[in-house]
Design a protein around this ligand. Structure first.
Ligand SMILES: NC(=O)c1ccc[n+]([C@@H]2O[C@H](COP(=O)([O-])OP(=O)(O)OC[C@H]3O[C@@H](n4cnc5c(N)ncnc54)[C@H](O)[C@@H]3O)[C@@H](O)[C@H]2O)c1
Length: 352
């Protein structure tokens, strides 16, 4: 089956999707819809344009709708597209709540159409390296995993600063960072503890710290801040850290730099050596004895965001399963609700 996309919403992501799909086999964009006609000015000439989503859904050339409008209208668009018999690829977060999502999925199932969500950050290189280290137990039994993203300009933009549009960083980036963590660490999450704040934005969250306790005793921490100011010539910082009983892994940046570090004398009772440091005399936190630290390169992974679409196209043709499933998307939405509850009550929330 040739995927004939109707792109709904020709803003930031609508443009990115249309460009990306141009380079893919088995799919093309046949129509674009945006209710702001000025947005359609630079749309490709040979593509049909609409300003009303109902017209896009009525277009017989479109067999799949790519929903890339702001979050608060995902529900309306998905339900209408499903009722028109279109398959759906929806931007994240799929819905504003679990309740909304359940209503959407009920219609999707009733209409027998396919549905997947654009969690393309499962193909981020820094994440896939970390996942490889975790999956292959390269640092032994893992006890802690940290995923962090800090912005240095204090900036949030457009509809993202309004809660009624589904704004806020938890919905924007949190949904990716949580999805990555839950896809990597299998197993039940016992508890969720979270801090969620509006540091400089009046109405939406622009900072969060989430602590997940998994049933097999791994603690995962996800932190994001948009207001970590610096005058360095950097726009953001991105970090992964995995701590295991046989080593540590550090990965920095989306074009990742990092290493795996081990010690050569694990658990040997070496005599304490006092070192003078700026913090005062110390034995545990001074430099290690000569030759004790072993550094290894990170595994190489070859991934790119178009691989999300490769899977989508194959899954639509029955050649693979959808990598991003409805159940996984719902679990992330549930977790974001637990984050809100924990942040509101100041207590950890039992999850699964
Ligand atoms: N997966 C990712 O990495 C990623 C990145 C950015 C945004 N997103 C998601 O993509 C979606 C769109 O975000 P964006 O940043 O492109 O927003 P945007 O504001 O740049 O674009 C949205 C477009 O949708 C149009 N629109 C809004 N309501 C409409 C309606 N009812 N009918 C037709 N058109 C309508 C707007 O006019 C606008 O042009 C959001 O769900 C967002 O969370 C995903």
């Amino acid at each position: 089956m040739q995927i004939q996309f109707g792109v709904l919403g020709y803003g930031f992501m609508g443009h990115i999707h249309t460009d990306m799909i141009k380079g893919l086999e088995g799919a093309k964009v046949v129509a674009i819809c945006d209710n702001d006609p000025t947005k359609l000015a630079d749309a490709p000439k040979d593509i049909v344009k609409y300003t009303d989503m109902d017209d896009l859904f009525a277009d017989e050339n479109v067999n799949t709708v790519l929903v890339s409008i702001s979050n608060h209208v995902h529900k309306e668009a998905v339900i209408k597209a499903a009722r028109a018999g279109k398959h759906i690829l929806c931007e994240k977060p799929a819905a504003m709540s679990v309740k909304e999502f359940d209503e959407m999925i009920e219609v999707v199932k009733e209409c027998g159409v396919n549905f997947s969500v654009h969690q393309q950050r499962r193909w981020d290189k820094d994440f896939r390296i970390s996942k490889e280290v975790y999956d292959k137990q390269m640092v032994g039994d893992v006890f802690t995993i940290q995923s962090k993203l800090y912005g240095f300009n204090g900036n949030m933009h457009d509809w993202h600063i309004y809660p009624e549009f589904g704004g806020g960083m938890l919905y924007d980036w949190g949904v990716h960072l949580i999805d990555q963590m839950l896809w990597m660490v299998k197993g039940k999450i016992k508890t969720v503890y979270a801090d969620l704040r509006n540091v400089i934005n009046e109405n939406v969250d622009d900072y969060f710290k989430i602590i997940l306790k998994f049933e097999h005793n791994i603690t995962a921490e996800i932190e994001l801040g948009t207001y970590f100011l610096t005058n360095k010539e950097k726009w953001f910082e991105k970090h992964w850290f995995i701590g295991g009983n046989k080593g540590s892994m550090y990965v920095d940046g989306f074009e990742p730099v990092g290493q795996i570090v081990r010690t050569s004398q694990l658990l040997e009772n070496v005599p304490g050596k006092t070192t003078m440091t700026a913090a005062g005399p110390t034995r545990s936190f001074g430099p290690p004895p000569e030759g004790r630290i072993i550094v290894e390169e990170l595994p190489d992974v070859n991934v790119q965001h178009s691989m999300y679409f490769d899977n989508f196209i194959k899954a639509m043709n029955g050649k693979e399963d959808f990598i991003v499933t409805i159940e996984e998307v719902r679990r992330v939405l549930r977790l974001m609700e637990a984050v809100r509850e924990s942040a509101k009550t100041g207590r950890s929330v039992d999850f699964e």
